[in-house]
Design a protein around this ligand. Structure first.
Ligand code: HEC
Ligand code: HEC
Length: 435
């Protein structure tokens, strides 16, 4: 155990353990996006082990657990020790001071408050980009020692790596519910295709592509540790048998699942989800594989034309047209925004006639949005009348415009107020006249 940790520390030292979170204006976590796991954990592993392990404690300070690091910050002067301030032992002992950027990372984490703002249970966490050093046991190389991952259902880590290592199923599970659903068909353990090397090589490639994506959080029983919903890439045999015909058509890209949102290949490690069900680095190869499966089942284009797009109930929610606002709804004369219910995590003021927002990362910022305010997932929702048009109170961030102030509303003109309790839960949808 200790050997493994020391080895990991060595690897991290070699590549530099810095971690960055970069991305659009709607990143979670807030601020510099520093988290205990992986940022602080990696800094401690690289610089403070093996002197401060639970199994070999120095100076009463334990730095291989979250609680230990927190205690060292609160009561044993960790910040003073790493800044080499007088009256404290200079840390790390016997070697150079940490790089200023690493000290800044630790201080940002502390300053961000409460050592990791924990999201409120059940609240959707927006997709974000996470970059971290190589996990121990990852034998693939990496040019800069960092692996970057789009953390979302439709996001992928780098090719041939696992989303389980570099993404976060905890985040994915806030983005859509998981439940167990039995396969449509069982898998035949004596399927002759199992002896077909060409077929199996292709299936294994498909599995690696799925494993790189957020799909494995619910569709791979072995990596996720939970029974898969319908299809399980770890099922013994040819797992694609488990899919319904519609499921095969979705994965082949013949039935659209666009409504669920997608990254472009450019910001998803080369994985595209434009024209297939799961993100892939080779669209044609995935389509060929699943088109073959459709053909083998005898599913025709006529059958496919009759299938519903994935998530049709989501379409119904999004396409719900607005009502007229009552006189107590909309942006009122006091400049504040009012709607019919109290809780809001997303507030949009849009041009009248513009489309309603859908699922991130791609469908939640339709054209015509003048101003959008999001509430951080670790902060209580906003109440009606609490926030004024263009205001960005603490615990919220302005997504649109991505910088600068909200455009002034023209008095007497009609605008669309769209308020969500959370993604896909509208609590306000009406047209008001600006005061
Ligand atoms: C080579 C071993 C070694 C390394 C590496 C090391 N420490 Fe220490 N640390 C010690 C020892 C021994 C003590 C207790 C004796 C002392 O206070 O000098 C100590 C004490 C401390 C204390 C208590 C300071 C005080 O003045 O009471 C803190 C906080 C601390 N370490 C944090 C860290 C952090 C953070 C790192 C990594 C950035 C780190 N240490 C790296 C050996 C080490
Ligand atoms: C948070 C869990 C979760 C994640 C992540 C997830 N799914 Fe699913 N998926 C489910 C559940 C639950 C069902 C079953 C829905 C039902 O009850 O009909 C399902 C069903 C499906 C089906 C229908 C299967 C069939 O045979 O009809 C397809 C296709 C599918 N998912 C594709 C994907 C793809 C592609 C991804 C990744 C981009 C993904 N899923 C990510 C939970 C998830």
């Amino acid at each position: 155990m200790k050997d493994r940790k020391t080895m990991k520390a060595g690897i991290l030292l070699l590549f530099g353990a810095s971690m960055v979170l970069a991305g659009s204006g709607c990143d979670w976590p807030p601020g510099a996006g520093v988290r205990y796991d992986p940022d602080i954990k990696q800094l401690m592993t690289a610089n403070c082990f093996p002197c401060h392990l639970s199994v070999s404690v120095s100076g009463g300070v334990i730095l291989d657990t979250y609680d230990g690091v927190k205690a060292a910050v609160e009561s044993t002067g960790l910040v003073n020790a790493i800044n080499h301030n007088a009256g404290y032992s200079s840390m790390p002992e016997g070697t150079a001071k940490l790089a200023q950027s690493d000290i800044d990372t630790i201080q940002t984490w502390i300053k961000n408050g409460s050592f990791d703002p924990e999201p409120i249970d059940g609240v959707f966490i927006q997709p974000f980009q996470s970059c971290q050093g190589l996990e121990s046991g990852d034998n693939l190389t990496s040019e800069d020692g960092l692996v970057c991952t789009s953390v979302a259902i439709s996001g992928s880590t780098e090719e041939n790596r696992s989303f389980m290592d570099y993404g976060s199923c905890d985040v994915v599970l806030t983005q859509r519910p998981y439940w167990y659903k039995a396969p449509f068909n069982s898998v035949d353990p004596s399927d002759p295709r199992l002896d077909n090397a060409t077929f199996m090589a292709e299936l294994n490639w498909i599995n690696r592509q799925v494993r790189a994506s957020g799909c494995i959080c619910c569709h791979d029983s072995v990596s996720s540790g939970r029974p898969a919903a319908v299809w399980d890439i770890s099922a013994q045999g040819v797992w694609t048998d488990q899919l319904s015909d519609q499921g095969v058509a979705i994965l082949a890209g013949k039935v659209s699942s666009e409504i669920l949102g997608k990254f472009t290949a450019g910001n998803n490690n080369g994985f595209d989800r434009d024209s297939t069900g799961f993100p892939t680095t080779d669209v044609e190869r995935v389509q060929t594989f699943f088109n073959n499966e459709l053909a083998r089942r005898g599913v025709t284009d006529t059958d496919i034309a009759e299938m519903e797009d994935f998530g049709s109930f989501i379409v119904d929610i999004i396409e719900q047209p607005p009502d007229e606002c009552s006189s107590s709804q909309g942006v009122l004369a006091d400049g504040k925004i009012y709607w019919n219910s109290n809780e809001a995590r997303y507030i949009y003021i849009k041009e009248a006639g513009s489309e309603n927002p859908g699922v991130p990362p791609s469908n939640d910022n339709p054209e015509g949005v003048l101003w959008r305010l999001d509430v951080m997932p670790n902060v209580a929702a906003l109440n009606s009348g609490e926030v004024g048009y263009g205001e960005v109170p603490e615990g919220t961030y302005q997504v649109t415009p991505d910088n600068g102030t909200a455009p002034a509303l023209e008095s007497g003109k009609a605008y669309h107020l769209y308020v969500l309790k959370d993604i896909l839960i509208p609590v306000g949808n009406c047209i008001f006249t600006a005061p």
